[in-house]
Design a protein around this ligand. Structure first.
Ligand SMILES: C[S@@+](CC[C@H](N)C(=O)[O-])C[C@H]1O[C@@H](n2cnc3c(N)ncnc32)[C@H](O)[C@@H]1O
Length: 239
């Protein structure tokens, strides 16, 4: 059932896609839990919950003001999440809510969207609902009022994410887990090390028998020798 309420598209700017390393980190933390129906709030393409597709008997329900990728989900609700009520999720038996909300301020409430999303999640699903929410670092400390609000929630794990992990924005952020027992309470997630593969570009050169013998007798490591020559000849030859 797709809700045909008028949807304000400007709610949805600042789309920051969750990189696979973050989605996999959340999956790794939760894969052994009994989870059957996950609600991805502000789901967009579903990158945040994609690894859970591997989990047997698990359905992913997406909700977003943009419905361009609704086929990526087992069920999709096209609606402003902040206007939803319990009725919208009737019979869906949601047992985990995951969200990567917009990080900006909601002009209607003056709160940052992550706070409005969290408040609404706990209003609709109850304060004991297991929730995973990605928030910027400043969300945790730049407002006394918000810190008091967070202090009353049951944060069971925090994973600090290095600023280079999100590839389209440089931002330090955190994965907050609420009401979920986990092995470790605090983790750090750094960027993936990109190993540059060395390719063999020049596989062979044509040599006479004599030239070949000369090289073999005089130059023990021909590749290294050529690289050294190139370095000497061209200062700009990359290391
Ligand atoms: C930061 S993006 C995250 C996209 C995706 N979940 C991911 O992690 O790759 C936030 C998403 O929330 C959606 N969104 C913003 N406000 C919303 C609202 N009030 N109700 C539902 N979706 C909303 C946006 O359209 C956008 O797709």
């Amino acid at each position: 059932m797709i809700n045909t309420n008028k949807i304000t598209k400007n709610l949805s700017d600042n789309i920051v896609i969750t990189p696979p390393i973050v989605a996999e980190e959340i999956y790794k933390t939760l894969k052994r839990k009994q989870i059957h129906n996950i609600l991805d709030v502000g789901a967009y393409r579903g990158d945040l919950t994609k690894p859970f597709k591997k989990k047997k008997n698990t359905k992913i329900i997406g909700i977003d003001v943009i419905d361009d990728y609704k086929e990526n989900f087992d069920y999709f609700i096209h609606k402003d999440f902040l206007k939803t009520t319990k009725k919208d999720f009737e019979n869906l038996n949601i047992d985990l809510v995951i969200t990567n909300p917009p990080f900006k301020k909601n002009p209607k409430t003056g709160n940052l969207y992550p706070q409005d999303f969290l408040q609404h999640i706990f209003n609709v699903f109850g304060e004991k609902m297991p929730v995973v929410c990605i928030v910027p670092n400043y969300f945790l400390y730049n407002s006394k009022k918000r810190m008091e609000y967070l202090n009353n929630l049951n944060i069971t794990k925090i994973t600090n994410i290095h600023k280079d992990v999100f590839t389209n924005v440089k931002i330090e952020c955190n994965i907050l887990y609420f009401n979920i027992k986990t092995k470790t309470k605090h983790d750090f997630l750094g960027p993936e090390k990109k190993k540059e593969k060395k390719k063999r570009y020049f596989k062979s050169i044509a040599l006479t028998e004599e030239q070949y013998k000369f090289i073999k007798d005089n130059i023990p490591n021909f590749n290294k020798y050529i690289k050294e020559l190139l370095k000497k000849e061209f200062k700009e030859f990359p290391k």
